[in-house]
Design a protein around this ligand. Structure first.
Ligand code: XIL
Length: 447
């Protein structure tokens, strides 16, 4: 008895003594510690597969509908909107604290038949009505929209792709963005494309020039999505990091939106995660499916989980990279020649609290507040933010935080996936309100 108790005590002590600084054990938790999300595409019909939902609910904190929000799914007949399948995915995600990326409002592909055969001003108005209706339906429920998908041509031209939408006039993309902003001022509005990873490619430069032009002219664009479908024909290249940072320098967030890698090389997955973590405005990664068998390119076995749901080496590499514990693949270099330094004379930092800052996007009659919670010298295991709203301001919706109070003094706490924030790291959430923000001065405390 005594021996057993002593052994248990020793084991407990050892566990306590060696407990690492917060390192997440799931993709979503680890990404949240770095102020990012980790998402997956979800196919609505798989939500009845418990092996699938077990992994989904455990690992991810962002969801993209794989097909259910596309134009052919949401407006199968002109003027008749159909949201059942998409709503099911949104409800599954949001009721479990996951956020949702909307995909996609306008695209040359997966159009309903009636739209495929339209052209000119009739098509332009039908497209804008679609953007308005769908963004309005999901208003407050999606954190970001791929407003326009895949509008640039492959190859060396760097030009727009020919399509029925492009033929309505070159301004169709900015018109779609303006309609989306008007319908859902709280959602981040993204342009999304593939084969835009290689900084030297004409297509990448074409999209870059469009985004720079949009920012200069005040077209409402907040983010650029990089699909990142890597395979033997379109391999990952190490200048992807330059691409991400160059776009971010234009003043947009960047996101990896549909990641899959033929063969699922652990090293390549690790590089992609490290590239995102190296760019402050790269705020999330989404893989395009959960198990290899869920992939649109299943024969390439490009995902993080085997068909039976077990974790592949690429999963371990991604988790380690998110936790910043990169596993070296090269032999270790020579031992350091410097003598060991003296033990620190200052005591280790104690609980470091947190700070909150807010950035406000105000329009006549309403505003969106994006709030950043930054951990102090210690990791956070939960946070509370208090914000006093001026009279007349009323919160209408919020994302990535739990709220008490809509007016006056409002209190906000972390949701399941963003309470753990590493020392010096941050996480972001926000809300939309009627009225005028004035100058908001949030206060933050650790829980
Ligand atoms: C794919 C889906 O995964 C498939 O199920 C569907 O048959 C075709 O579309 N770029 C995109 C995604 O933006 O919407 C595509 O998804 C993959 C390529």
């Amino acid at each position: 008895m005594a021996l057993t108790a002593a052994g248990a005590l020793a084991a407990g002590m050892a566990l306590f003594m060696t407990a690492p600084a917060a390192a997440g054990t799931t993709l979503g938790a680890s990404a949240a510690e770095k102020g990012r999300y980790f998402g997956t595409a979800v196919a609505g019909f798989k939500l009845s597969d418990s092996a699938y939902t077990t992994i989904l609910n455990r690992e991810f904190n962002m969801v993209t509908a794989e097909n259910e929000m596309k134009m052919n799914a949401t407006e199968p007949q002109q003027g008749q909107f159909s949201y059942g399948a998409a709503d099911q995915i949104v409800n599954h995600a949001r009721s479990r604290g996951m956020s949702v990326r909307g995909h996609t409002l306008a695209w040359h592909s997966q159009q309903p038949g009636w739209m495929e055969s339209m052209s000119g001003s009739a098509l332009r108005s039908a497209m804008l009505n679609h953007v308005t209706q769908v963004a309005t339906h999901f208003r407050g429920q999606v954190v970001a929209w791929d407003v326009v998908n895949e509008a640039f041509a492959d190859g060396s031209s760097g030009a727009r792709r020919d399509s029925n939408l492009q033929r309505t006039g070159n301004d169709w993309i900015e018109a779609a963005f303006r309609a989306a902003r008007a319908a859902d001022p709280g959602a981040k509005l993204c342009y999304n494309d593939y084969n835009t990873d290689n900084w030297t490619h004409a297509k990448t430069q074409g999209v870059y020039n469009m985004v720079r032009d949009f920012k200069q002219r005040g077209v409402p664009i907040d983010c650029v999505g990089f699909q990142a479908h890597f395979n033997n024909d379109s391999p990952y290249v190490s200048n992807f990091r330059t691409t991400l940072s160059s776009f971010a320098a234009l003043g947009v967030d960047v996101q990896i939106t549909e990641l899959d890698i033929q063969g699922a090389s652990a090293n390549t997955y690790r590089s992609v995660v490290e590239d995102c973590l190296a760019v402050a405005r790269c705020n999330g990664i989404t893989v395009w499916g959960i198990r290899d068998s869920d992939s649109w390119r299943a024969s390439q076995t490009p995902l993080l989980f085997n068909n039976n749901g077990s974790k592949k080496p690429a999963y371990d590499a991604v988790l380690a990279a998110l936790n910043n514990g990169t596993t070296p693949t090269d032999p270790p270099t020579d031992p350091p020649t410097d003598p060991p330094t003296d033990p620190p004379t200052t005591p280790p930092p104690g609980p470091g609290g947190c700070t909150a800052t807010v950035s406000v996007n105000q329009w006549t009659g309403g505003f969106v507040a994006n709030v950043r919670v930054t951990a102090g010298s210690s990791a956070l295991n939960g946070w509370t933010v208090t914000i006093a709203l001026p009279s007349g301001a009323t919160v209408t919706n919020a994302w990535s935080a739990n709220r008490s109070g809509n007016t006056g003094t409002t209190n906000w706490t972390n949701v399941a996936y963003n309470g753990q924030v590493g020392a010096g790291q941050f996480t972001e959430w926000g809300f939309q309100a009627n009225g005028t923000a004035g100058s908001l001065t949030p206060t933050c405390s650790a829980r």
